[in-house]
Design a protein. Sequence first.
Length: 275
Amino acid sequence: MRFFVVQMFRFTWAELKSCAFAVALFVGLAVSSILPLPIPRYDALLVFAVAVTVVFRVLRWESSQETVVIAGFHLVGLAFEMIKVRLGSWSYPEDAYTKFGGVPLYSGFLYAAVGSYVCAAWRIFSLRLVAYRTVPVTCLAVAIYANFVSQHWWIDLRLPLAVALVLATWGTVVHFTVGEHRYQMPLALSLTLIGFFLWVAENIATYLGAWEYPHQRETWQLVHASKVGSWALLVSVTFVIVASWQARRGRLHLTGARSRPRGWALPVRRVPADG
């Protein structure tokens, strides 16, 4: 029992460190919704997010390479926002000087926060993959990203793409370290769990006025639970981008893995240090 409690504390602390950038953004959202500001709120959030990025780099909580990768997520996120806001999927109702096409520039940092989490988790938990199928999973990630846009004037393929992603990651295992011990879980399960917690974060963010969906214009309402699946698919795109970067650094596959796992591993289980 003591071992379990200690490991859960270590795991929770490591997760909090991985989420540091996202937590900082939520603090900014909360404070800016209460305190009077000399400039429009979205502009203040942009200044705050840039300052957080600089502080993280100065304190070396993020490496220069991670900062560049996260900046890439910011740009990809802004492009995504420009399209989705134009199509009416959601909106940013407040005025701002740094707002173009209805999209405030700070919104890119919301995607950067997800990228920051994946990058930090990879480093803090020493993530490694076994039986990761790079080509099919990458192709699916591209299709998932494209479908989030094309679904507005073509067929919504989220469900078949989700099934295809489960099949492509069948047997793919994520190994991670907590304290001195090594664990593993299926990749599809980890993406689903991240999707769930992003849905929780989305509800908090919309409550704080980060953005709003059409059904929240009159009064705040819970984001539909179906968004869990959408977030799981979207985070798979983030994961693939970070995985491609980690592959170039030689930090993708588990060195010395004895064999390719068959089917699903147990949801979460401890494994020997040598994999």
